[in-house]
Write a protein that binds this ligand. Sequence first.
Ligand code: ADP
Ligand code: MG
Length: 247
Amino acid sequence: MTEPVLTIEGVSKRFGAVEAARGVTLDLRPGEIHALIGPNGAGKSTLIGLTAGTIAPDAGRVALAGRDVTALDAVGRARSGLGRTFQISSLAMEHSVLQNAVLGALGRSGRVMRLFGNVMRDRDLTERAAAALERVGLADQARRRVADLSHGQRRQLEVAVALTLEPKAFLMDEPMAGLGAEGTASLTAFLDTLRGEAPILLVEHDMDAVFALADRISVLVYGQVIATGTADDIRRDPAVREAYLGE
Ligand code: ADP
Ligand code: MG
């Protein structure tokens, strides 16, 4: 069997009385989209944060491309090749599309630049940012302010920012949220091609998108993975039907 690109092993996190993650173990294999579904409050965003390094775990480990990254913070993990998009936008609204993409690319560069002007003159960074915008279809929007973009374009830009890091694996928290039918269809088609570059751990509420894209699905309920399998396995699983589909 091929080695997983990303391994999450026995990860736990408690917020006061809430056990948001209870010994979660899952992995991401080359070329796959692994969807993480579950009711609101199940701990999906927490698991993304624990994996990305923005939330410190109480227990467990995370490995990327065979390397234990548990001790690294979010910036260290991003530089190691973990790309992510957020449930709530992290874009700088008053800056341009290109500037946001450059800021994303800067996260991996390891160089600290004091003035934004210097950053914008850095050819390598701007070329990488422009290439990422091209890939998500935002090249012609590069000079616009993020505040003036449509919701769908902002979602595309979030993906472009993650792409500038040339990640080995992607973490995406509800990328389809708030998109209309057209936006969902075009993002679905894009993620389908993106998986060839790096596998995706995809938190998504849109079940049509999940069933269209996911090679495997894990179901999270009260911080615990209650089932992992193909779409057919998940549809048939009695525990999933009871706990999640409400049957
Ligand atoms: P999901 O993304 O599946 O909707 P979350 O991971 O956002 O779920 O939340 C899981 C549980 O952890 C919820 O009960 C939520 O209220 C709680 N929680 C998440 N983040 C925090 C936090 N920073 N402080 C306290 N409780 C939190
Ligand atoms: Mg969430």
